[in-house]
Design a binder for this molecule. Structure first.
Ligand code: AMP
Ligand code: ZN
Length: 114
């Protein structure tokens, strides 16, 4: 827990959010500025800034982020497809420096992403 981190504080329920999933390792909540009909952020409770700061000991929790995304996509019946995105660093559009996986669905997506 980093007391200066927005997402650590959301996970600790010190800042309100619409939490849609939680367990001892992860929590997931609705993005405040959704870019698709479904836009959920899935975070490890452990604070690390980005994938660059993760190490081998984090491999289980990193895999679990994707599996929780797939579970939420099934629950929300995102049958036309969905996208998981992990922005790393300012140059890739990261704006909150607590690692998080975006789950986006409910509309068509183009490739390559912008
Ligand atoms: P990124 O740009 O990949 O770092 O994603 C950060 C995401 O956090 C953006 O999609 C924001 O809309 C979202 N966000 C920022 N503040 C909040 C908040 N208080 N509650 C929910 N989502 C937030
Ligand atoms: Zn944090």
């Amino acid at each position: 827990m980093n007391k200066d981190c927005l997402f650590c504080r959301i996970g600790a329920k010190q800042i309100p959010s619409k939490i849609v999933y939680e367990d001892p390792e992860l929590f997931a909540f609705e993005d405040i500025s959704p870019q698709a009909p479904t836009h959920i952020l899935i975070c490890p409770r452990k604070h690390f800034e980005s994938l660059t700061d993760a190490s081998a000991e984090d491999q289980v929790v990193l895999g679990k982020l994707q599996l929780v995304a797939a579970q939420l996509a099934r629950e929300r019946k995102l049958l036309q497809g969905y996208r998981t995105v992990l922005n790393n660093g300012e140059g890739a559009g990261q704006s909150v420096f607590h690692l998080h996986l975006h789950l986006l669905g409910g509309r068509p997506f183009r490739w390559p992403p912008g």
